[in-house]
Design a protein around this ligand. Structure first.
Ligand code: ZN
Ligand code: ZN
Length: 337
């Protein structure tokens, strides 16, 4: 079968690889569509130390069941599914606390092990989510779960005003999640086009931090208190600091990305404001179910959020173009069948 293989940093090609062998514990799936995100771009560029080459990327997946153990209700051949690309050990502190999303020895498809940019894969049935969604919607579930998990970490309710810094794929998920939880939602970015999509995803206010005075506008929108929750989805030292500076007293800050360099903080703000500062990693099954529910209710601008759809054969070339112009692309999806 064909697969997209990243052979070494900056070089990808379509190659023939072995089909997955029979496994009674797993479900055989035909891959229909795979989304690419910033982490795939990092892998392609050789900037993710967890990726060894050659590697087949692909962790945002829509697929159709070809063959399943007949004792699995709902998972019959022909069913369209999406899936969780993470693994968990069951033994580490995170797993034992019921938070396998932060497993010490997590292996993500396409990162520590081969992913789904190929014709067939096998997956354990408990990782699959069947849902009456289109293939494109199923393919958007996993990237949206990351922002949904961040909103769940912040215990967002309809009483809150939530500001999301960064409206890329992950930030957009956080905006949709915050709105879906009934909170007043403020989107912050430097790109007006991304802010426009953020509005369609549920942001009541969109602030361009280059052209608007951010601090002043945030106070105006929150009765002078600052947002109850700030979710950082950029990964720059400056936005890491802005989150603790702008959040309200006794507010919650959630970090999804990580800054590539150390961040200097005015640590007295942590104490004076008595902040909850939280990390958010990957997503839990409940986040997958919430995203699916939101997509079923047609509350997400799917068409606006997907920039281009290419074939598997076109994927090596688009990776190269994307790597040369990262800011020119919104979500890329690869259609396999
Ligand atoms: Zn992704
Ligand atoms: Zn674990």
């Amino acid at each position: 079968m064909r697969a997209l293989v990243i052979k070494r940093p900056g070089e990808a090609a379509i190659e023939n690889v072995a089909e997955p062998g029979p496994d009674p514990e797993k479900v055989l799936l035909r891959v229909r569509m795979v989304g690419l995100c910033g982490s795939d771009l990092n892998s392609y560029r050789g900037r993710n130390p967890m990726v060894q080459f050659p590697r087949i990327p692909g962790h945002e997946i829509a697929a159709t069941i070809v063959e399943a153990n007949s004792s699995l209700p709902g998972l019959v051949p022909g069913t369209n599914v999406t899936m969780s690309p993470y693994s968990s050990c069951g033994k580490c502190a995170s797993c034992q606390r019921g938070r396998p999303n932060a497993c010490l020895s997590n292996e993500t498809l396409g990162v520590q092990r081969n992913g789904a940019l190929t014709e067939f894969i096998t997956m354990p049935p408990e990782k699959l989510y069947a849902a009456p969604l289109t293939i494109k919607e199923l393919c958007l579930v996993e990237p949206l779960t990351v922002g949904f998990h961040a909103v769940s970490r912040a215990r967002v309710s309809s009483q809150d005003i939530v500001a999301v810094i960064g409206c890329g794929g992950v930030g957009l998920g956080a905006i949709a999640a915050s709105h879906f939880a009934g909170a007043g939602t403020i989107a912050i970015d430097v790109d007006d086009q991304k802010l426009q999509i953020a509005r369609k995803a549920g942001a009541a206010h969109a602030l361009n931090s280059v052209t608007a005075p951010l601090h002043k506008r945030l106070l105006e929108l929150t009765d002078g208190r600052g947002p109850d929750v700030i979710i950082e989805a950029v990964g720059h030292p400056q936005t890491f600091r802005a989150a603790v500076e702008e959040v309200a007293f006794t507010g919650r800050v959630v970090y999804i990305g990580y800054a590539k360099e150390p961040v200097d903080y005015e640590t007295k703000l942590f104490v004076q404001k008595e902040l909850d500062i939280l990390g958010s990693r990957n997503a839990l099954p409940v986040d997958f179910r919430t995203v699916i529910q939101m997509l079923r209710e047609k509350k997400f601008p799917v068409e606006d959020a997907v920039g281009s759809i290419v074939s598997l054969e076109e994927a090596p070339a688009i990776l190269q173009t994307w790597s040369a112009n990262p800011s020119k692309f919104t979500k890329i999806m690869v259609q396999l069948g």
